[in-house]
Design a binder for this molecule. Structure first.
Ligand SMILES: NC(=O)c1ccc[n+]([C@@H]2O[C@H](COP(=O)([O-])OP(=O)(O)OC[C@H]3O[C@@H](n4cnc5c(N)ncnc54)[C@H](OP(=O)(O)O)[C@@H]3O)[C@@H](O)[C@H]2O)c1
Length: 345
């Protein structure tokens, strides 16, 4: 079997999950290099990986470079992707820097893997919230079209990286410590005079209706991503999409309440059939069976339940979708792209 030289850039929440996915899926690796801003050893499951400081020479001999560094000017993508491509590697980037560029395919293999071959050196992984939504709706879109999507997301803190997980845990311990002599009715849930280093406010015992920064029409960057990236992945910007993205005190796995209206006339049974036959979707039928983040953490699927028909509007439905944001929302999707890529190399 042919083996490929891989580089993983970034060893935060996503980078570590990429290393786990590569091992779990027996990716045909020749040489594996791991890079970040600073060198050290890290352990993922039982394996120790040597992390090297990234340099312009890091990509020599690399076939595929899986980027999981932070975004923006000082982030790994903008700093190093070009060097990787110039060295002959194909870049799969988890960040937002390249997602909307015309020459960069934005890939969710279950939805549009045929576009992978159009890459010019860089392939982008969509935002976690978008990936989970398009996998949930892909088969429905292909069979019946989509006129409108209204999304409310309930997003885990790991979506904001490893430091954000630490923040939730430290806040939790602080509340418990400060209230240990009180009963549950009288505890102080708000940490006085506290400013989070990651979120706009305290996250424990709270929800925050801001993910990213505020942009056009007062939508946040996260909300805008769900619209623009979905249009690009489905290659259809006629779908009316609007969303509210909310951070919740959950460590891992995003939940989404998705309301959608199809273009064609469709029955509840036909939507059920489409969900049962959707690649990547685990569908549970019936009102009592629904998924929660703790059931889905560490698993590969997009878990869809609570399908309901809107009694007031034709061809309109709700579903509840839960998926591990670090796996299908990021690392697993990137590794699946790499798997599809090697089948083309
Ligand atoms: N978390 C999610 O659910 C999720 C989902 C989809 C996409 N993403 C995207 O995936 C990327 C990684 O997210 P994350 O949550 O894993 O972040 P994270 O936990 O903050 O980790 C970031 C990692 O990137 C490394 N890094 C940052 N800038 C770098 C540079 N210029 N050169 C080399 N390495 C650099 C850091 O190196 P040091 O350790 O040396 O500082 C660190 O290891 C982000 O672009 C994020 O938007 C995340």
């Amino acid at each position: 079997m042919k083996r490929y030289n891989l580089a993983v850039i970034g060893v935060g929440a996503v980078g570590r999950e990429i290393l786990r996915c590569l091992r779990q899926r027996n990716f045909p690796i020749g040489n594996l290099k791991v890079f970040a801003r600073t060198s050290r050893d890290i352990q993922v499951d039982k394996e120790v990986f040597k992390v090297e400081t990234i340099t312009p020479e890091s990509f020599q001999g690399i076939d595929i470079a899986l980027f999981a560094g932070t975004e923006g000017e000082k982030g790994a993508g903008l700093q190093w992707a070009e060097a990787a491509v110039n060295s002959g590697a194909v870049v799969v980037d988890n960040g937002a820097d390249f997602r909307l560029r015309e020459d960069v395919p934005l890939i969710v293999p279950e939805v549009n893997r045929e576009k992978i071959s159009e890459h010019k050196g860089i392939i982008a992984n969509p935002n976690c919230t978008t990936i989970q939504m398009v996998v949930s709706l892909s088969q429905i879109y292909k069979r019946f079209g989509l006129e409108q999507i209204i999304l409310t997301s309930f997003q885990a803190v790991s979506g904001a990286g490893r430091t954000a997980c630490k923040v939730l845990w430290e806040e939790t311990k602080r509340i418990v410590e400060e209230n240990k002599d009180l009963d549950y009715l009288s505890i102080n849930k708000k940490i006085k005079g506290y400013q989070s280093e990651v979120f706009p406010s305290q996250i424990v015992f709270n929800v925050i209706c801001q993910i990213g920064s505020f942009k056009e029409d007062d939508f946040t960057t996260e909300e805008i991503k769900t619209v623009k990236e979905t249009h690009k992945i489905f290659d259809d910007d006629s779908i009316k999409i609007t969303s509210t993205c909310v951070r919740v005190p959950v460590f891992t796995s995003h939940s989404e309440a998705i309301y959608f209206r199809t273009r064609k006339k469709v029955s509840l049974e036909e939507i059920k059939e489409a969900l049962k036959e959707s690649e990547g979707v685990v569908y549970e039928e019936g009102p009592q069976k629904f998924f929660s983040p703790v059931d889905c953490e560490g698993k590969d699927g997009v878990f869809v339940s609570r399908l309901r028909k809107d009694p007031f509007n034709e061809n309109s439905f709700w579903v509840w979708s839960v998926s591990d944001n670090l796996r299908k929302g990021a690392a697993l999707n990137a590794v699946q792209i790499a798997e599809s890529l090697v089948s083309l190399l």
